[in-house]
Design a protein around this ligand. Structure first.
Ligand SMILES: [Zn+2]
Length: 321
């Protein structure tokens, strides 16, 4: 079987056929391809025509997935097109995104890895530099982002995430019904959420029925201004955090009081923290009775101490947006 036929099968690049192969450098295999289609396509808007402006005097090339220890380059002699919107452009190719020096396969791999490992590990594994990882992620996200992702939102959650020791923040909006992030921007103030409502528009905002958020004033102010009709709820994550905090405060007060009355019982009671915090469904059989029997002299004071089972199950388990 000819080398070009084998490479055609192995690479399976869409819309092209392999017409030549060479080892252009000690560690690089250069695979020459030709487009199957005769139509020229604008890489930006997809405008298609059979009229060519000219042919580029040099090959275009893209980095493909490594082939064993070999670096793989795809090369093609492309034509240029006169797009009514974007002017003179080199025609687009189906196996690479516009303006990229990498094939879609490489970019998809890097974007996937970016969700699983740190950037430094990616640069070593894929042999690309730090900034390239960021640019690839931008292209993949822009290409794969669903333009209708803000349609049909009814129950949403808004929260911030931070990085670099809380020096930088992102505001993220999640669709509670499908459990996915649908929007994000830099910052964590009222203006950040204002930008979401600007993108959402009045018509889609009017369809919102509930917005969950933290207990800060910033997001609440924006939600009040733009979606006053929607119910504002405390984000389950923050509600559970507050209940846990209050529960622990009562537990510590009781423990300190018990130490004076009955040191032995206080010692047993000290270990009750995890019994209180744990989901009752996951407690061992004896744990609740252990808690009840721990401090008989002050049992009436323990009335305020309810394990988190006192919270609705849905609230305890609902994921953070
Ligand atoms: Zn165009």
């Amino acid at each position: 079987m000819r080398a070009t036929t084998v490479l055609n099968k192995l690479l399976a690049l869409p819309g092209v056929r392999v017409v030549g192969v060479s080892t252009s450098a000690p560690d690089t295999v250069a695979v020459e391809v030709a487009l199957r289609r005769r139509t020229l396509v604008c890489p930006v808007c997809g405008y298609a025509t059979r009229a060519r402006r000219d042919t580029r005097p040099v090959d275009s090339w893209w980095r493909h997935l490594d082939f064993g220890r070999w670096r793989l380059e795809i090369r093609a002699r492309l034509r240029r097109i006169d797009c009514p919107t974007h002017g003179a452009r080199t025609e687009g190719v189906p196996f690479a995104r516009a303006g990229s020096r990498f094939t879609r396969d490489v970019e998809n791999l890097v974007a996937f890895l970016a969700t699983k490992m740190d950037k430094t590990a990616i640069t070593r594994l894929v042999r690309v530099d730090w900034d390239t990882v960021g640019r690839i992620c931008q292209r993949v996200v822009a290409d794969g982002l669903d333009p209708n992702r803000l349609d049909g939102l009814v129950e949403i959650g808004v929260d911030e995430v931070s990085w670099k020791r809380q020096h930088h923040y992102l505001t993220l909006v999640a669709d509670h019904r499908c459990g996915t992030i649908v929007w994000g921007t830099e910052g964590k103030d009222t203006a950040a959420l204002d930008r979401f409502f600007a993108d959402l528009g009045n018509q889609r905002t009017s369809q919102l029925s509930a917005i969950s958020m933290d207990m800060g004033a910033a997001y609440a102010a924006s939600a009040r201004t733009h979606a006053g009709h929607a119910t504002r709820c405390i984000d389950p994550f923050h509600a559970v955090a507050k209940v846990t905090e209050a529960l622990d405060k009562v537990r510590r007060t009781e423990w300190n009081a018990l130490r004076k009355l009955d040191p032995k019982a206080a010692k047993r009671f000290k270990g009750a923290r995890w019994v209180l915090l744990k989901d009752p469904a996951h407690l061992s059989r004896g744990a609740p009775s252990h808690l009840a029997q721990t401090a008989p002299p002050r049992r009436h004071h323990l009335a305020g101490l309810q394990p988190q089972g006192g919270l609705p199950r849905d609230l305890r388990r609902r994921p953070r947006p």
